[in-house]
Design a protein around this ligand. Structure first.
Ligand code: AMP
Ligand code: ZN
Length: 497
């Protein structure tokens, strides 16, 4: 089964195939680690996760590279204000980024590349651009890309750049179409700013340059797919193409995938609008990481997604239904054979159909909404059969295969939500943000980890002293607060229900 995906470059739905016939080489623009990511950012990373997981489900190998922008105007500004080195500042948000990605169960790309660790590659690219006549240095020591040297500029965004002023320049990393002009590749050092002493002068890289240098470093001059949020089409990706193709004279990326925005009340969720939620905000409100994941991937990437708490509540109950369903299948005692309706094995046929529909919806431009539908249809049919005592072991096995397929991409069936919530609570405690924790969540938590550990120790002691009444009392107290004790071969463990 071949994935067909909209390609911003061709304006068509194109098959996604590895040029080498084996491994799909893809690059996705990663975060700028100057703050906590908001769920709009994570929507993009999650949709790329859906892409890579589906490709793997179809048997393809994937080599996925993601950058971490750990030097930029905002990082320098904030680190300077905090009086710390940029690495110390960005490191903190990089760790937070990975924690959030883990909570949302986003698979790690094969390569994560930090911009500050690839400065020599970027310098080399500027030198090659200069040799090709596509870069020039200004008096202050900065380097710019010469737009006039790349007549194909604009081919990705399909913008009419006719009104462009020749030789006019822009220093900002993010700018609007009407200021399409020579853009900064390398910014000369300003007093007090972090900079690198290099063969092209003292300074630091521009954002666009980072992605060209690092993608080609790990994927080669020409690779299969490049992804990012829709805001990156222009100027970022247009600039990446210009920088790369001016040097290699080869097609940079063949397929361009752009994830549309997450909106709040019809407006883009963004830091500057102040209308954003971070993952931590939502976890502290008591929402489960799995429900957030499901909500963020259930609207296909080609559609803008209007975030609402109703949507999140819907995802919460969808996760519950799926988990209860799977548990019922796994724990039930079913007679051998299959539920037959005349000659036909009714439920097994339904399972096969659901799997086919599920896979083909994803193969059709990653339509996650359509992919979900047959799974829930199957759930309804199987629940009815179980209610009537008609579901057999053969049906259960066939349905579990479909659920496994579903979970290979959606990954919400295994309950690891407690860990993510615990981590968010620990973070809130450290950051003095416990006042943001929803009362329902506090009530649900009941006990802190430390309080549980103390009770566990007391129980151990009581057992040693053969005071089993007290030990049982503690077990019950913990159970009432949602904590279960398990005797494992590695000793006594506890976990939250
Ligand atoms: P940034 O950390 O701002 O560089 O953004 C990281 C990624 O998130 C980029 O691919 C952006 O295009 C994407 N992004 C930013 N805001 C949104 C949003 N509201 N919805 C979806 N993706 C977004
Ligand atoms: Zn990029």
């Amino acid at each position: 089964m071949t994935l067909r995906l909209f390609n911003t470059l061709t304006g068509k739905i194109d098959p996604v195939t590895p040029a080498d016939g084996e491994t799909l080489r893809m690059y996705a623009c990663g975060p700028t680690v100057y703050d906590y990511g908001h769920i709009g950012n994570f929507r993009t990373f999650l949709q790329v996760d859906v892409l890579r997981r589906f490709l793997k489900l179809t048997g393809m190998k994937v080599r996925h590279v993601m950058n971490i922008t750990d030097v930029d105007d905002k990082i320098i500004r904030n680190a300077t204000a905090a009086g710390i080195a940029i690495g110390e500042y960005s490191g903190r948000f990089e760790r937070a980024f990975f924690e959030d990605m883990d909570a949302l169960r986003v698979e790690r790309p094969e390569v994560m590349a930090r911009a500050t660790e690839h400065i020599p590659k970027m310098v080399e690219l500027v030198q090659k651009l200069a040799a090709a006549g596509a870069a020039y240095q200004t008096e202050d020591g900065s380097w710019y890309f010469r737009l006039a040297a790349f007549p194909e500029y604009g081919k990705l965004s399909k913008k009419d750049l006719g009104g462009m002023e020749d030789g006019a320049r822009v220093d900002l990393d993010e700018y609007e179409k009407d200021s399409a002009r020579d853009f900064a590749l390398w910014k000369a050092a300003k007093p007090g700013e972090t900079s690198w002493e290099t063969a092209i002068g003292r300074g630091r890289p521009g954002w666009h340059l980072e992605c060209s240098a690092m993608s080609m470093e790990y994927l080669g001059e020409s690779f299969d797919l490049h992804a990012g949020g829709e805001d990156l089409i222009f100027p970022h990706h247009e600039n990446e193409i210009a920088q790369s193709e001016s040097v290699t004279h080869k097609q940079f990326a063949r397929h361009w995938m752009h994830v549309r925005f997450l909106l709040v009340d019809g407006r883009k969720m963004s830091k500057s609008e102040g209308n954003f939620y971070t993952l931590r905000d939502l976890l502290l409100k008591g929402y489960k990481a799995s429900a957030i994941r499901l909500a963020l991937i259930s609207v296909p990437y080609r559609h803008q997604f209007n975030f609402t708490f109703d949507g999140l509540a819907e995802a919460t109950s969808a996760v519950e239904r799926l988990r209860t369903f799977r548990q019922r299948l796994m724990e039930g005692n079913f007679a051998a054979g299959s539920f037959a309706d005349g000659e036909r094995s009714f439920l097994q046929a339904a399972a096969r159909k659901a799997q086919e529909e599920y896979r083909s919806a994803l193969a059709n431009d990653l339509n996650t909404a359509e992919a979900r539908a047959p799974i829930f249809e199957l759930l309804r049919a199987a629940n009815t059969a179980m209610d009537q005592g008609e579901l057999k072991a053969g049906d259960r096995d066939a349905i579990l295969v479909v659920l496994k397929d579903f979970d290979a991409v959606f990954d919400v069936l295994e309950d690891r939500d407690g860990e993510a919530t615990q981590r968010a609570l620990k973070w809130a405690e450290q950051e003095g943000r416990m006042n943001e924790v929803a009362p329902e969540l506090m009530a649900r938590q009941g006990l802190t980890d430390a309080a549980i550990e103390a009770l566990m120790a007391e129980r151990e002691l009581a057992r040693k002293q053969r005071n089993f009444a007290r030990a049982d009392e503690i077990r019950k107290e913990l159970a009432d607060k949602g904590v279960v004790i398990e005797d494992t071969k590695d000793g006594v463990k506890w976990k939250r229900k």
